[in-house]
Structure formats: structure tokens, C-alpha cells
Design a binder for this molecule. Structure first.
Ligand SMILES: O=C(CO)[C@H](O)[C@H](O)COP(=O)(O)O
Length: 235
């Protein structure tokens, strides 16, 4: 199945006390998480100002995990370089923020970062139709921008399904990420719809059991749902 990857697990650290961040990053690395997701909200597109690039640059040297930044801001262009230079290998901007999305995505690529575009839960897939062939990652929000701990919006399921179908129809190498309300049950729904990258926040960081247990449970649930999609012998 073109572009359909092994499940990638991404940890959103939005809900973390910055004083605990160093230890948490090391624990995430030990537990087998694939990368760290930094949520940036400007008080308009998303309600809470969170991390700045200086803090992320300081964290960059602490772990080998990949970093991605999710810019939930109305005007990301002035800060793209700050985040790429802070060590975020994937820079994700919102399609809703732009009249000139191509220009912003070219700017991300020129900075040497992988190019990501996000859709809010109410935004239809056609908002990225014209850029799908120039991005590395499409992030579909399965909760509104805001704090962690919101429920998974099942109404977004059809957007995930449509995105997977379009990526495969065009034979594109675009990772399909979901973000918001991901838990051991909803991760299966998202994987069954075709997502292959799963961002989870407080449930992954602070849920029951050890972090390694939670990582294994989420990854296992995603892989099981993914395997149901695959024809026998593929994978
Ligand atoms: O984008 C986000 C908030 O806008 C977060 O990544 C997301 O909410 C993570 O937390 P949870 O897994 O609890 O939904």
C-alpha cells in the first residue's frame, strides 16, 4: 500500500510543566516514542501560548528523538526559521492560516525542514488539494486546537479516510498524522481509516502503568487496526 508506514508514535508535551521537561524527554526516548511534538499556540488560532523556540533549542541537545513543531498560529511566516533553527526537523503550518500556502511551504523546505500541513477538524480535505504533492506530512486534527485531554472527534474519520485514499491514488509519499484525543481505542479507529502517525498528549505521558507500557499498548492497537486494512502478504 503506497506510503502506508509502520505506526509512528509522537508525544505532545503541551501539558508538561517545563520544570519536568528534561526528565520527561529522557523517559520518552527510553520508552520507544518516535518523536516529540511541540504545540505552539498564539492565543487566536489556539488559546494558550506555550513553548518558545529557545526552550526547544535547549531541549534539542538532551535526546536523539526527532522534533516536530505544530504552529497553530495565524501568521507562521515570521517564525518559521526560529523553529527550524531550534532543531525541529518537521515544521507544520495550518492550511487555514494562509492565502499563500505555497509560499510558506517553499520557505519551510528552503530551511531544510520537512514540510507539514495541518487541517483543523472542521476543514475539508480540499483545502490541501493543491499542495498535497509538495508536502511530507498531513496532520489532521481530531480535536480542536486547545488543551490536551479533549475527546476524539469521530466526525473527522471521513477526512482521514479521504486523505488516505487521495494520498494512495496519487502515489504520494505523505505521512498521515492525527492529533487530538488519541487513546488505545481511538488510535485503532484512526489507523483503520488510514492514519500512520499518531500524536498523543497527557494520556500517553501520564496514563496508567509505565510509559513503556502505554507506548506499547498504543503502538500495538494501531498496528492491529492497520493490519486489518492490509491485504494478506502485504505490509
Ligand atoms: O494539538 C494539541 C492541542 O491543540 C495537542 O497535540 C493534543 O491536544 C494532545 O493532547 P491529547 O492527546 O490529550 O488530545
Amino acid at each position: 500500500m503506497p506510503g502506508y508506514q509502520e505506526p509512528t508514535l509522537v508525544a505532545s508535551v503541551l501539558s508538561t510543566d517545563v520544570h519536568d521537561l528534561g526528565g520527561l524527554l529522557l523517559e520518552l526516548e527510553r520508552s520507544g516514542v518516535d518523536r516529540v511534538h511541540w504545540d505552539v499556540q498564539d492565543g487566536r488560532s489556539g488559546p494558550h501560548p506555550a513553548f518558545g523556540p529557545e526552550l526547544v533549542a535547549a531541549a534539542r541537545g538532551r535526546v536523539d528523538l526527532d522534533f516536530e513543531v505544530h504552529l497553530m498560529v495565524d501568521d507562521p511566516d515570521p517564525v518559521l526559521a526560529d523553529w527550524a533553527c531550534a532543531g525541529c526537523s518537521i515544521v507544520i503550518v495550518h492550511a487555514e492560516a494562509h492565502r499563500h500556502l505555497h509560499r510558506t511551504l517553499f520557505a519551510v523546505a528552503e530551511l531544510g525542514a520537512r514540510v507539514g500541513v495541518a487541517l483543523g477538524p472542521a476543514t475539508p480535505l480540499c483545502a490541501v488539494d493543491h499542495v498535497l504533492d509538495m508536502i511530507d506530512l498531513l496532520l489532521i486534527m481530531t480535536a480542536d486546537p486547545g488543551p490536551g485531554g479533549q475527546p476524539y472527534l469521530a466526525s473527522v474519520q471521513s477526512t482521514i479516510t479521504a486523505a488516505r485514499a487521495e494520498i494512495d491514488r496519487r502515489g504520494l509519499d505523505v505521512a498521515l498524522e492525527v492529533d487530538g484525543g488519541i487513546d488505545p481505542v481511538t488510535i485503532g479507529a484512526a489507523a483503520a481509516a488510514g492514519a500512520d502517525v499518531f500524536c498523543a498528549g497527557p494520556g500517553l505521558l501520564y496514563g496508567p502503568g509505565t510509559m513503556a507500557d502505554r507506548v506499547a499498548e498504543l503502538r500495538g492497537a494501531a498496528a492491529a487496526a492497520r493490519d486489518l486494512r492490509l491485504p494478506v502478504g502485504a505490509g
